[in-house]
Write a protein that binds this ligand. Structure first.
Ligand SMILES: NC(=O)c1ccc[n+]([C@@H]2O[C@H](COP(=O)([O-])OP(=O)(O)OC[C@H]3O[C@@H](n4cnc5c(N)ncnc54)[C@H](OP(=O)(O)O)[C@@H]3O)[C@@H](O)[C@H]2O)c1
Length: 255
């Protein structure tokens, strides 16, 4: 990728976002790091500056909070300090089924997975279309192709929005790509209190491989990136199996 560009990554302190930061800094990008935990942001920023000798800004914000999100929108839209690449990555899942979850927890998940992606993309696209340059990576999930409750539904929104935006804005010189990871070894499942034994070993991807493949796909101008042959095959199958069959398969073994 081109050097001396600025990338803003949400959820930059852990997992997939932290790996985007590492690889983008390695290719000479200046970084803007967004997450809630300020101390952790400062510590990641110090590590990245030291290892890659690039400028790193931190922006502590809770994306479920409209005022916090507005500060990130303002940074993304700032014409004096252009953001060339936006990585909408922050996200989390809920362990319990829909009716067991508190509705406010469901709302917060929707706020981070959908509202933040919508508003940050709007802010970024406005500035990028004016400059006729820029790219957005929206991190979705292989779950978007499966009937797995509100998390899947939110990620399906990310796919639909991103695929539309890819076609809409590529004539303006702006690339939008949706990244659909399968299971990745990050803090995601630990934060949900779900063990890695919940999926067979061969399904777990390493974040560095995933992000390397995603950035290569971005470089090739792809609309969607599904890293690894395993998950390309799984998504190919999920697209042809009727939803009722997928839903019955999902519910096997569930109470
Ligand atoms: N891991 C997987 O198996 C997997 C599979 C498919 C898709 N994904 C998707 O990949 C993305 C990244 O997940 P990950 O696995 O890397 O998760 P992770 O390791 O748990 O990291 C999540 C990051 O998001 C930040 N974050 C969480 N809530 C936030 C909020 N309200 N406001 C701002 N930042 C917030 C966290 O920092 P703070 O806590 O400090 O805010 C952290 O930096 C998510 O969109 C997830 O849905 C993950």
């Amino acid at each position: 990728m081109t050097t001396s560009r600025t990338a803003l990554v949400t959820g930059a302190t852990a997992g997939i976002g932290r790996e985007f930061v590492e690889q983008l800094a390695g290719s000479g990008h200046r970084l803007v790091l967004v997450a809630r935990d300020e101390a952790r942001l400062q510590s990641v920023a110090a590590e990245v500056r030291q290892r890659h000798d690039v400028e790193v800004e931190v922006l502590a914000a809770d994306l479920t909070d409209r005022a916090g999100l507005a500060r990130v929108e303002a940074r993304v839209a700032d014409r004096r300090r252009p953001v060339d690449l936006l990585v909408n990555n922050a996200g989390f899942g809920l362990k319990e089924r829909f009716l067991v979850n508190d509705i406010e927890a469901e709302q917060q998940m929707l706020d981070v997975l959908v509202t933040a992606v919508l508003r940050l993309s709007h802010a970024a696209l406005g500035a990028m279309v004016e400059r006729r340059h820029g790219a957005i990576v929206n991190v979705s999930s292989v779950a978007s192709f499966l009937p797995r409750g509100t998390y899947s539904a939110a990620k399906a929104w990310v796919n639909s929005f991103s695929e539309w935006a890819h076609n809409e804005y590529s004539p303006d010189g702006v690339q939008v790509m949706v990244l659909c990871p399968g299971f990745v070894k990050t803090e995601f499942h630990q934060r949900m209190d779900v063990s890695r034994d919940s999926a067979p070993g061969f399904l777990w991807l390493e974040a560095p491989d995933l992000v390397r493949e995603a950035l290569a796909d971005l470089g090739r101008g792809r609309r969607m990136s599904i890293p690894s042959k395993r998950y390309k095959a799984i998504v190919g199958a999920a697209r042809v199996v009727p939803i009722g069959v997928l839903q019955r398969a999902q519910s096997l073994g569930r109470k």
